[in-house]
Design a binder for this molecule. Structure first.
Ligand code: BGC
Length: 365
């Protein structure tokens, strides 16, 4: 087995004028994870196929400009509130808070997405790389001021990426607000196990350990219904090719232009489960065997299959990003939870510690 180690290299300057670095984490199990202090972005991730061949299996860019000149969320840490808040407003303690509602705004159904105009993904964080025994990782820290993007309270955030000898990438989130505020963090990495320029992920087999999902209105805000997946294109309990039903004639798929939905994980607290670190799902590429299992302490999983019709952007290899070129498996609380008192809360009290963990366990199937 190799020894865990890391290198630190320059990653360029962001459009906000901040200087970024990249940390190349070499795991003792062989997986290599390149991440930036610019929003914790995953730049490259090399995993072995069933013949031991390594390939970069995430969508990303060579420097900050790729994120700064297009969709900013590829592979980032998302906060303060991942996913959507209806109409960019919520009420807490009798006070209404207003947030930027830029997402889906052209269609007249604007909402807050992924923290607002400049979410936590768009800052260069403090970063401390470490090697502890067989583990290698980086501790990222950030302070979000009171009133940041309309949210109340200053929040001190810490996200630790750890790559283990067993080829597990663990993400530990911690955040402490000084006033009550909603927090819902996630990691927005997009996988394509054929490699970044490998075309669509519709041939990947996805399993989701969820018997229900949360349908949305046309603005992608949950209607409040928690619907059984049985008999719908959302039933991934036994594993299904992503492309199997993605183009089915289905009102919910039409809204997302494919999968862009929240599943309620069977073992999680929203489904009445015990919580703890639970199996959320897995992704396998039958062509080469590369696989990942996702385990999380979060109650839900957003699956997003990169459904824009076209991307006017080139990725690391110089090729254009294509329709459905990656799939994001975003562990989270349900979208719009601040406006859904009947669902597990995302409000974190002053001085309390928000703490969640998600593991991406890489392997071959
Ligand atoms: C959302 C998509 C959004 C994407 C942006 C996903 O988490 O669900 O609707 O377009 O993030 O990168």
């Amino acid at each position: 087995m190799a020894t865990a180690s890391y290198d630190v290299v320059d990653f360029g300057t962001t459009k906000y004028g901040e200087h970024a670095k990249k940390y190349i984490l070499k795991g003792a199990g062989g997986v290599v994870l390149e991440v930036s202090d610019y929003g914790g972005k995953v730049v490259r991730l090399f995993t072995p196929d069933r013949d031991g061949r390594m390939k970069d299996v995430v969508v990303g860019f060579d420097d900050p400009s790729g994120w700064d000149n297009g969709d900013p969320y590829w592979g980032c840490i998302i906060g303060r509130y991942g996913n959507r808040i209806a109409a960019g407003k919520f009420t807490m303690g009798g006070v209404e808070y207003r947030l930027p509602a830029l997402n889906n705004a052209p269609a007249g159904i604007g909402c807050n997405l992924h923290g607002g105009a400049r979410g936590w993904d768009a800052y260069v964080w403090g970063a401390e790389p470490f090697v502890t025994g067989d583990d290698v990782g980086v501790v990222f820290t950030h302070v979000s001021p009171d009133g940041d993007e309309g949210f109340p309270g200053r929040v001190a955030v810490k996200v630790t990426y750890t790559l283990t000898a067993a080829n597990v990438w663990r993400v530990d989130y911690e955040a402490v607000p000084d006033r009550e505020t909603p927090i819902n963090m996630t990691q927005h990495v997009y996988f394509n196990f054929k490699g970044e320029a490998g075309g669509t992920i519709e041939d990947h087999v996805l399993t989701i350990a969820a018997e229900s999902f949360t349908p949305t209105d046309p603005g992608q805000i949950p209607t409040g219904e928690v619907r059984k997946v049985a008999g719908t294109p959302f039933d991934f309990r036994k594993g299904m090719r992503i492309g199997e039903m993605i183009n089915a004639n289905d009102a919910d798929l039409e809204i997302g232009k494919g999968y862009d939905h929240n599943w309620v994980l069977d073992g999680g607290i929203m489904a009445g489960g015990a919580g703890g670190l639970i199996f959320a799902g897995s992704l396998v590429c039958p062509l080469n065997g590369r696989s990942v299992e996702v385990w999380t302490t979060e109650p839900c999983l957003q699956v997003y299959t990169a459904n824009w019709a076209s991307y006017d952007q080139k990725a690391k290899g110089g090729e254009h990003l294509s329709f459905r070129c990656g799939v994001a498996l975003e562990t989270q609380h349900a979208p719009d939870s601040p406006n859904r008192p009947e669902w597990p809360t995302t409000f974190v009290k002053a001085g309390a510690t928000y703490r969640t963990t998600t593991e991406f366990r890489f392997g071959v199937a």
